[in-house]
Unconditional design. Structure first.
Length: 259
């Protein structure tokens, strides 16, 4: 009984934190970003469960359909185990380190708000600029088309940011037709200069692992992740979102786990 009360109180606190995190991400970044709805949904579930279980504990009655409750708990534990297992790989991508002297890097696009790069795109272009300044022999492919709410392509925005950071325009190749990570890499590999062997993928830390799995579809190149550090509060949401991205990639046969 004591364990049930403690665990139930934990769920209440967790549910409230989920709601606070949702509001914080909404105001700090923007409401309506993909999968942000997961947090209020999870928070509402935890808070509702708290009150349902609290009422049951107060009544002193044994819960009805105990077998169903046990089956539900087992299912939750299995789902949580799968989630944590996948997240361990997603998080590992944040610690990838690319060697110096790569032949080329591909900067994956991210949202552009009108003409202004999103925080994620700024982080990627700044990380790319650091690598390019340290490796003057490396060329860069700026990858990303123009989506809804974007007045210029993500590729052009990347190029403009790199130019402002001191990177010469003759080192930047535009790929402005792709709309997602798989297309980013498919279209960008077509533009790689002849004799290219080693390629770095510049993207946010939470996205590196999945990007490298997609890059496995192009065995003619040796790919390395170049993580752009995201904000600590943002990493929580985006790493969670990547779990669903991995699931979608598996269903679409986009990911290569071996090789």
């Amino acid at each position: 009984m004591k364990y049930s009360k403690v665990f139930n109180s934990f769920l209440l606190v967790f549910g409230i934190l989920c709601w606070l995190y949702y509001l914080g991400m909404g105001f700090a970044v923007r409401f309506g970003q993909s999968f942000l709805w997961v947090w209020p949904l999870l928070g509402t579930f935890c808070i509702a469960r708290y009150f349902i279980v609290k009422k049951a504990l107060a009544s002193g009655k044994a819960p009805a359909n105990r077998k169903l409750i046990i089956a539900f708990r087992v299912a939750v534990v299995i789902c949580l185990a799968v989630f944590l297992f996948a997240e361990s790989f997603i998080i590992s991508g944040a610690f990838e380190k690319a060697p110096d002297g790569l032949d080329a890097i591909i900067v994956l696009g991210a949202r552009v708000n009108g003409l202004v790069p999103s925080g994620a795109l700024v982080q990627r272009t700044e990380r790319a600029a650091v690598y390019l300044n340290e490796n003057p022999g490396t060329v860069c492919i700026a990858s990303g088309g123009q989506g809804s709410g974007e007045e210029i392509s993500e590729a052009l925005c990347i190029k403009q940011q790199l130019l402002s950071l001191g990177i010469s325009g003759d080192r930047i190749i535009l790929e402005d037709s792709s709309t997602n990570t798989a297309e980013n890499l498919a279209c960008s590999t077509d533009l790689l200069p002849d004799n290219t062997e080693t390629v770095g993928i510049v993207t946010n830390d939470f996205h590196v692992y999945r990007a490298l799995l997609i890059a496995g579809n192009y065995p003619g190149y040796e790919f390395y992740g170049i993580p752009a550090k995201s904000t600590p509060y943002g990493f929580i949401h985006y790493a969670m979102r990547e779990f669903f991205g991995l699931g979608k990639g598996i269903l679409n046969h986009e990911l290569v786990f071996a090789g």
